[in-house]
Design a protein around this ligand. Structure first.
Ligand code: AMP
Ligand code: ZN
Length: 115
């Protein structure tokens, strides 16, 4: 999708600090980090969010969770802990409509999942 920011990052039309890439998954640093470690993990194939997940991407999203654990280890936050989350739809505040998971860590993240 030409007008999708993250598709354009996948296509290398927009620069990003990539920390992991394979045939189906890309991970890069969030441009506005909310924590010392703030990565975004995405399937390369476009899908707007979890509410729109096609069957074909179910195994990719499963593997993406394994990649998140590996990246947390590499970022040095595995022992202290980290969080993986995705926003879906207006109430969540989702701003980029290409499925992505935020990997956050490197500081105490707080116990509240919403305010
Ligand atoms: P969300 O609000 O869950 O849709 O998250 C979108 C995330 O994408 C935000 O944390 C943004 O900081 C991040 N973001 C937006 N543009 C870029 C970009 N060009 N490179 C990296 N991260 C970005
Ligand atoms: Zn996209």
């Amino acid at each position: 999708m030409n007008d999708c920011l993250f598709c354009r990052i996948v296509a290398k039309e927009i620069p990003a600090t990539v920390v992991y890439e394979d045939d189906a998954i890309l991970a890069f640093k969030d441009i506005t980090p909310q924590a010392p470690v703030h990565l975004l993990l995405i399937p390369k194939a476009h899908c707007s969010g979890l509410c729109d997940l096609p069957e074909s991407l179910v195994p990719v999203v499963g593997r993406l969770h394994q990649v998140a654990a590996k990246l947390a280890e590499e970022a040095g936050v595995a022992e202290r802990g980290w969080r993986l989350l995705t926003n879906c739809g207006p109430d969540s505040g989702q701003s980029v409509f290409h499925l992505h998971f935020h990997l956050l860590g490197g500081k105490p993240l707080g116990g509240r999942l919403c305010q």
